[in-house]
Design a protein around this ligand. Sequence first.
Ligand code: SF4
Length: 308
Amino acid sequence: MTATDMPSPQTSPATIEDATALHSPVLAWFDQHARDLPWRRPDAGAWGVMVSEFMLQQTPVSRVLPVYEQWLARWPRPADLASEAPGEAVRAWGRLGYPRRALRLHGAAVAITERHGGDVPREHAQLLALPGIGEYTAAAVASFAYGQRHPVLDTNVRRVLARAATGIQYPPNATTAAERRLARALLPDDEATAARWAAASMELGALVCTARNEDCGRCPVAGLCAWRLAGKPAHDGPPRRGQTYAGTDRQVRGKLLAVLREATSPVPRAVLDRVWDEPVQRARALDGLVSDGLIEPLENDQFRLPLT
Ligand code: SF4
């Protein structure tokens, strides 16, 4: 074997031999430590689970909780949301960020009302066919709301599998086929256990195996974790995406949208001009909001949240 044939310790992760050994300790830990979150309660229903999944995709639990409660109190069924203007969904989304999710959730509610008699469908394929619902959300709703067996690969689960099973610190920036294969191979056979495994591995990533401060001393799989047993080799993949916000177009969009959310009547451009000094970036952010359908331009250079 030449030097170039030799496996590098950094590029050949110490994959755990039987990753299903992770199941029992993670499930037992979940029984003890799962947070009591409203969307996990039996009365949340499939709609509550779906709303929570939209909100949680890019926003932490603590910020989601109050908006979730208000949302479900106002729109307890998909038909309630569908009967209102999409701009009301954008308004109620508040400061959760990435507000296109509000429009997508509204679009899904309309489709559920028109195609499924107002009930969130059970079948994964039907969920996936709803507008605004991708592979992750379809799997999460089928699993968490209906107890089905699907690989649910959010950032927390991907990080736990990367470390515990594959032996690397961070998963790739975008989900790969290899991660999907691993997640599928790791699914417990029994439907109910598979659904619980999905929730448990996600919770472990959220509470213990966090991105920056993994707490291996409290981890139920510390004795099995491939990354820990390999001595925690440093990340050698592509740079991880940053989360900068200050000064970005996202920040400007957020400021513009905040003015429109608070307004009860159309807002003149001159009022929006006050939220950001730099005119080119401000115009770009405003154009982006219009082209995303988050705000509607009116005559006389005025703007409002969308009515249709
Ligand atoms: S042992 Fe540490 S790195 Fe491994 S899964 Fe547990 S918390 Fe994460």
